[in-house]
Design a protein around this ligand. Structure first.
Ligand SMILES: Nc1ncnc2c1ncn2[C@@H]1O[C@H](COP(=O)(O)OP(=O)(O)OP(=O)(O)O)[C@@H](O)[C@H]1O
Ligand SMILES: [Mg+2]
Length: 348
């Protein structure tokens, strides 16, 4: 278990990289930190690891206060963005290194290194040195080295960022299975929302050193707490449209839609609908956004359609082959939407 209490990090020069973080990561939990570049993900991980000293606040690992402990005494295995592996050692020796520190006999640690290497498709490379490896291969060596020992927690900072798309998917599935098997508490940094959704038991979405929302992938995907989270999660971004309450109806981009309870005409409202949760109609209807098909993007099994409406663009996803040609007048019918008041999710 990792507990963070009111953790703040202000760098010399004044950047507030962490701003009062409170969080408990449960035993065996796979926890993802997600957020745009510069939001404080690496700083948070480095602070947990002891590589940065917090300006204030407290860190506990398995109920021991480690705030003042050096990195080596925290029993953590890390893979960082720059995956430093030892240039003068071959792959086997690199992977087995933490076991050597723990004084595991040579035969045993070589066997363990070979086993972990096989699971990361590194068997052919065991005798090479880092300079003879590609970036993605080096990253897998760093990952293998972390999992060769059995620490209190794994800290991963974008450990898959240098892998090509296919290898990244394979490594992701492998990591998830391995983490389940070992049941080691894991904090995983990524700026890839799909990776966070796929891997994590829970996700924290960060912005400017704070956690904007913490929840399960389902909660974060279906009920993003703010428009920031809403725009960040989803393979195609949610449509966020200005809305206005008039009587019992919402006026949104040329459509008249039923309004939820608890709103007033003075509210600053945003109507959020995912591209996947809209249908396309070729006949006019009042509860749909009118426009003209302006761009078609091939997504393989589906097509991303951009509808140009007066004042805004709306995107929706239709099954491949169902897209009308560019220039066709069309109506986007929302099936499932969220309302934000002052950028915050409105719960009637
Ligand atoms: N050593 C440092 N000194 C001063 N400012 C720093 C230092 N390290 C990071 N920062 C600043 O702290 C903020 C958070 O940086 P951090 O590296 O944690 O972001 P990140 O979320 O990991 O971003 P990325 O996705 O680009 O890796 C940024 O504004 C960054 O410029
Ligand atoms: Mg980073």
């Amino acid at each position: 278990m990792i507990s963070l209490h009111d953790l703040t990090k202000i760098f010399p020069g004044g950047v507030r990289a962490l701003d009062g973080i409170d969080l408990t990561v449960a035993d065996g939990e796979f926890f993802a930190l997600l957020g745009p570049s510069g939001c404080g993900k690496t700083t948070l991980l480095r602070t947990i690891a002891g590589l940065e000293t917090p300006t204030s606040g407290k860190i506990s690992i398995n109920d021991t206060d480690v705030t003042a402990l050096p990195p080596g005494n925290r029993d953590l295995a890390m893979v960082f963005q720059d995956y430093a592996i030892f240039p003068h050692m071959d792959v086997t020796t690199n992977i087995a290194y933490p076991l050597r520190i723990k004084k595991v006999p040579r035969a045993q640690r070589t066997a363990k290194a070979a086993e972990v290497a096989a699971r990361l498709s590194l068997t052919e490379l065991l005798h090479r040195r880092p300079a003879e490896l590609s970036g993605g291969q080096q990253q897998r060596v760093a990952l293998a080295r972390a999992i060769a020992c059995h620490p209190a927690a794994f800290l991963f900072d974008e450990p898959l960022s240098n892998l090509d798309a296919r290898l990244r998917l394979e490594a992701r599935t492998f990591l998830k299975r391995l983490q389940r098997e070992l049941a080691v508490t894991t904090v995983f940094v990524t700026h890839d929302q799909a990776e966070a959704l796929a891997l994590a038991d829970r996700i924290a979405v960060m912005s400017h050193g704070r956690m904007v929302q913490v929840g399960t992938p389902t909660e974060i995907f279906h009920r993003p707490a703010t428009t920031f989270v809403a725009s960040f999660i989803g393979s195609t971004p949610m449509n966020l449209l200005p809305a206005r309450l008039a009587g019992a109806a919402l006026h949104v981009a040329g459509a008249t839609l039923p309004a939820p309870a608890g709103l007033t005409p003075a509210d600053h409202l945003t109507y959020g609908v995912r591209p996947e949760y809209m249908d396309l109609s070729l006949t006019e209807r009042p509860d749909a956004f009118p426009g003209v098909i302006s761009v078609l993007e091939n997504l393989g099994t589906h097509t991303l359609v951009t509808l140009e409406t007066p004042g805004t663009l709306i995107q929706l996803v239709v099954p491949e082959g169902d897209e009308p040609p560019i220039g066709t007048p069309a109506w986007a019918v929302p099936r499932r939407a969220l309302i934000y008041r002052d950028q915050t999710l409105h719960t009637p």
